[in-house]
Design a protein around this ligand. Structure first.
Ligand code: ATP
Ligand code: MG
Ligand code: MG
Ligand code: MG
Length: 565
């Protein structure tokens, strides 16, 4: 590609709401442009990267024997009524009507559509097991779309669905998908962990998430330093501590006020990034009071007294009296007294007992704590509330638990018969009997991976792509202020040679000054840069530099070509 013919549109300024590095860098590099909240256009540059990710996902799914297909994104209400999810899925489901007033949704996921396909197409056990997948645009009307394409409303997902006659077969495909996901994220050059996960609105009984480790992640994972144990904090357990954890000091330093209702308000008040804040709500569930900790719109930890009701719709805020009854809070209690429904209280993860109403935020080693109510009584009354903290013992008794932030890029589930039963999808087994299909489902956030990779790999100058995701591998940069024919010719011939060798190369023939040219190429993260200059040519060398190294090297043409091969 010649950059003079490409639409490269880097920018200096980004909007203030671009809070995290990947969002800022994708905007600055001109990879994406916002059309509406959570809805983005992928520019030619952005799309090159997205397609790289997609290709690796597709290759590995094919290798694992999955069959690609394509389902509609618009889905009729009737299908969703069959599984009860038209109501249950909640506000994320974008509902639409056609001119005949028929109702549809824009698919946030495809269990219903694939199960409908399966009940018509799969008649005999001989067709099993089978694993179908697609790579397709999804829409979820997220409460707070943010971080650019990381939490978008419209995004690209790879979703796969497998069908089985037996549990053993389901488990086998689940294992293959687990390994396939590990291969995909390894090939993409990402640092990740597979963790036990909650099954959420999709349902089922076994589930793992693949989390890319990054500070900006919305999830927290707990993992042991001496065993394979790793779980999303939503699910994590710890062995009981040998000695009870000491209570945090109850000195009030700073307290959020009723006016500071949102995470952003509180973050501004504490002068910490919003991504580090946690909000506690005390809510009433079917089975009594429930303390729920949210980070933004995202459940970080669902602690419970009794069973935690499904989040969608069924949770209501507790009344002031109920909260008083449970906490025994007296005057000065930070939170509900005389306040509107939402309680502006945040806790530090390390404060552990999240229903504790410890007020805090963590920045620069400062821990704001504050409370003047009977802490022990509170803990006794909300009996089994406990969450895992750094340094707890792993539940398998092996090692110490550590916490890290992660970005969920993949999620696999053993769904069992839930959807097939609701929708009547069955096959004949060897004996001629009808048996309900068993099902697994496997998602990857293809577009989210692009942002996750940038979170892991960037520096002051911009993106540092892992090679498999880079838009081009090599940039050839002629420095030619005098317009010398020999410099242009050498750059052109090197460019042609690299292309002929199948190396994706971009020639920066825009005629920019070196500073501006290098700034652009570093911002967009091209892994290898070759500078062709009058001085270099006189010495018989080209100046080569890797994006992730600070030194350049003078190499002759043959050595350079060998290096890039
Ligand atoms: P999250 O917890 O981040 O909301 P999820 O658990 O709701 O994700 P799944 O239903 O498991 O998502 O969907 C499969 C994958 O799709 C996720 O692992 C994630 O990578 C991706 N994904 C989900 N929601 C979004 C979104 N709003 N924007 C971009 N990617 C998303
Ligand atoms: Mg979600
Ligand atoms: Mg999730
Ligand atoms: Mg998930």
């Amino acid at each position: 590609m010649r950059l003079s013919r490409f639409h490269l549109a880097t920018v200096k300024e980004v909007p203030a709401d671009a809070e995290i590095a990947s969002h800022r860098l994708m905007l600055r590099a001109g990879m994406i442009r916002k059309l509406a909240a959570g809805i983005y256009t992928w520019s030619p540059l952005g799309l090159r990267v997205l397609r790289k990710v997609e290709a690796i996902v597709r290759e590995e799914m094919n290798r694992a024997g999955a069959l690609e297909m394509l389902m509609p994104s618009i889905q009729p209400r009737e299908l969703w009524e069959e599984t009860g999810r038209w109501q249950k899925f909640g506000g994320q489901l974008l509902k639409i009507k056609d001119r005949k007033e028929q109702e549809f949704c824009f698919g946030p996921t495809h269990e219903e559509v694939i199960t409908d396909f399966a009940r018509h197409e799969i008649k005999s056990y001989k067709q099993l097991p089978v694993n179908f997948y697609q790579i397709q645009t999804k829409f979820r009307d997220e409460i707070r779309p943010r971080f650019g394409i990381m939490r978008a409303r419209e995004f690209l997902m790879k979703d796969a669905y497998s069908f089985h006659l037996t549990e053993t077969s389901l488990q086998e495909t689940y294992r293959v998908m687990y390994e396939t996901y590990a291969r995909i994220f390894t090939r993409l050059g990402l640092e990740f962990r597979a963790v036990q996960a909650d099954t959420g609105a999709i349902g089922g009984h076994a589930s793992h998430e693949f989390q890319v480790l990054a500070e900006a992640g919305e999830d927290v994972i707990a993992f042991s330093d001496a065993s394979d144990y790793a779980a999303n904090l939503e699910m994590a357990e710890a062995a009981p501590p040998a000695t009870p954890r000491p209570a945090p000091a109850a000195t009030l330093e700073r307290v959020a006020t009723p006016a500071q209702k949102t995470i952003e308000d509180i973050a501004a008040f504490l002068k910490v990034p919003a991504t580090r804040c946690v909000k506690t709500l005390l809510v009433r569930g079917r089975d009594g009071l429930v303390a729920l900790c949210l980070r933004g719109d995202h459940a970080l930890n669902e602690v419970k007294a009794g069973k935690l009701p499904e989040l969608a719709g069924e949770v209501t805020l507790a009344s002031e009296e109920e909260i008083r009854a449970v906490t025994g809070a007296g005057p000065g209690f930070i939170g509900p007294v005389g306040l509107p429904a939402e309680i502006p209280v945040i806790v530090d993860r390390d404060a552990a007992v999240l229903a504790d109403f410890v007020c805090g935020g963590n920045a620069d080693g400062t821990h704001y704590v504050g409370a003047n109510w009977d802490r022990d009584a509170t803990i006794r009354r909300i009996a089994d509330i406990r969450s895992v903290v750094e340094g707890d013992r792993a539940p398998d008794g092996r090692g110490t638990l550590h916490l890290a932030r992660g970005i969920e890029v993949g999620h696999i589930f053993q769904l069992g018969s839930r959807y097939a039963e609701a929708m009547g999808a069955s096959v004949q087994d060897e004996t001629g009997q009808q048996r309900t299909l068993l099902m697994g489902c496997y998602g990857i956030g293809v577009s989210r991976i692009v942002a996750a990779a940038i979170e892991q790999r960037h520096d002051e100058a911009g993106i540092v792509w892992p090679e498999p995701m880079a838009p081009w591998q090599v940039a050839v940069c002629p420095i030619n202020p005098k317009g010398l024919g020999e410099v242009s010719a050498a750059a052109e011939s090197l460019y042609q040679e690299l292309c002929a060798r199948g190396i994706e190369t971009v020639l920066d023939d825009r005629g920019l000054r070196p500073g501006a040219m290098f700034a652009d190429l570093e911002l967009i993260g091209i892994p290898h840069r070759v500078v062709v200059s009058e001085r270099g040519l006189a010495a018989g060398t080209l100046e080569y530099r890797r994006r992730d190294e600070s030194q350049s090297q003078a190499l002759d043409r043959e050595t350079l070509l060998a290096r890039l091969a």
